[in-house]
Ligand binder design. Structure first.
Ligand code: GDP
Ligand code: GDP
Length: 433
């Protein structure tokens, strides 16, 4: 299952303002890494312990006037197909425009939940103007001000009723998703893995009709593989190809345990790849990086090291990631990719016994304790791994509020050093004891 909220609507109604508000805490991370505002259209939001992906369709608007309305209408169709909940944003200061009416007509046919957010309702007086939007025929309307944040709480309370709280079935097969920009070699990789054995390609009933899940069971490995390349949708408007591909990637990523992020050796790692990487990290997914088309690179004994350094620099601070250099066409290290994903999965579900955690970490902490704050010594007494779907640790101590980020990173590094969590994000909490 996935938790995806798509915000649709015409330009200038305030979609990105709301998007920024919802994903606020994560914004800095994306900004630092990409440096390109254009890419900043999907992120993770959290509301009352449920986290979900928000996608702001506004960034994918076509430049030329004549295709622009068509592009928006198509995005609404894509959003209905791919998201779990659609948020239709309108602007109280303009009232219902022709394009709003067009979008509403498409949305009325949707089987997915649709919420109407009437934005820019900055004061009470505007509230009565907002009633006009009931005539869109989409049921309840939610008045809000994206700018101040008023009204967003009620809207989110309603929206998240459609989302899951990280469901995880026991004994399920690991799920790997192969993602990456167009042309990096995703389909070639999948063909190389499954060969011509059409029998192992199954579409699982109950999943969205156009997402391909492959059941792989060969050479001692059994898992589900999500193929994001297998189905290429024909979009009528060129600018929407990217929007569509991002939607597919987010969905695959939400369903996966381990994300196999393929990049092209000739392009190296680009901001889009880094964004996908951070989305995986924030979603607590395992990650394997595959640098494909390695056959096209002129190499000497230093090349792999140089590539690795360059990639890790972009991924920092989460750099404990396996990086595999493949050539799908030359059939090099394809199976190694699967082995790496399997190992990351094992790391992701690994549970370190409490006694082992304390035996190894407490002496290290004793030697290098958290720096004293305001003359008070901080003492960590006890460590335990919390039962969760990805590694999560609680450190019990006297003054948890005084432990700062650098010490947290120190602890994380020690955990990685001693227990091998390669490829998986780790969460660390300090709690009062
Ligand atoms: P988008 O094109 O739909 O993503 O719209 P933007 O988020 O870029 O917002 C368009 C304009 O509306 C900007 O100038 C915002 O500052 C403004 N805006 C957004 N939300 C509000 C709001 O709640 N109240 C008011 N008064 N203005 C807003
Ligand atoms: P997708 O869009 O990510 O699914 O990429 P494809 O699998 O369709 O591959 C795009 C192009 O790259 C095709 O022409 C492939 O033959 C080529 N390609 C894929 N992997 C490799 C590789 O390892 N080396 C080289 N030289 N070409 C490759």
């Amino acid at each position: 299952m996935s938790n995806i909220l798509a915000i649709v609507g015409r330009p200038n109604v305030g979609k990105s303002t709301l998007y920024n508000r919802l994903t606020e805490t994560r914004k800095a991370i994306v900004d630092d890494q990409s440096g390109v505002t254009r890419d900043r259209h999907y992120g993770i939001a959290e509301w009352t312990h449920k986290s979900f992906t928000v996608i702001d369709t506004g960034g994918y608007v076509a430049n030329s006037e004549d295709v622009f309305e068509k592009a928006i209408r198509e995005q609404v169709h894509i959003a209905i197909e791919e998201a779990n909940v659609v948020l239709f944003m309108v602007d109280v200061t303009t009232g219902i425009t022709d394009l709003d009416a067009d979008i509403a007509q498409i949305l009325r046919k949707s089987t997915k939940p649709v919420y109407v957010a009437v934005n820019k309702v900055d004061n009470h007086q505007l509230q009565s103007d907002a009633t006009e939007f009931y005539s869109l025929g989409l049921g309840e309307i939610y008045c809000l001000s994206s700018m101040s944040g008023s009204g967003t709480g009620e809207l989110l309370d309603a929206v998240i009723t459609h989302f899951d709280e990280v469901p995880e079935e026991e004994n399920k097969l690991p799920v790997y998703a192969i993602v990456g920009r167009p042309n990096v070699g995703k389909s070639s990789m999948i063909n190389a893995l499954i060969g011509n054995d059409r029998n192992i390609v199954t579409e699982i009933a109950g999943t969205t009709r156009d997402s391909i899940h492959i059941h792989y069971n060969q050479f001692g490995h059994e898992f589900m593989l999500i193929d994001t390349a297998g189905l290429r949708k024909k979009t009528k408007v060129h600018e929407n190809i990217e929007f569509y591909s991002v939607m597919r990637t987010i969905k695959a990523l939400e369903e996966a345990d381990v994300v196999i992020l393929m990049i092209d050796a000739l392009d190296n790692i680009e901001s889009q790849d880094v964004n996908i990487f951070h989305l995986a990290e924030k979603n607590k997914k395992g990650v394997v990086i595959v640098v494909n088309k390695w056959d096209l690179v002129e190499k000497d004994h230093k090349t792999i090291l140089e590539f690795t350094d360059k990639i890790k620099e972009k991924l920092a601070p989460f750099t404990d990631i396996p990086i595999i250099f493949t050539s799908v066409t030359e059939k090099q290290r394809i199976f190694k990719t699967i082995e790496a994903a399997a190992k990351v999965y094992v790391n992701k579900i690994k549970k370190v016994p409490t006694s082992k955690l304390n035996d190894i970490l407490l002496p290290i902490i004793e030697k290098t304790p958290p720096p004293a704050m305001k003359g008070k010594h901080i003492k960590i007494k006890y460590i335990t791994q919390i039962n969760a779907t990805s590694p999560m640790f609680a450190f019990f101590c006297n003054l948890p509020q005084y432990i700062k980020e650098p010490y947290k990173r120190f602890i994380e590094n020690k955990l990685r050093e001693h227990f091998d969590f390669e490829g998986v994000p780790i969460q660390i909490f300090f709690r009062q004891k």
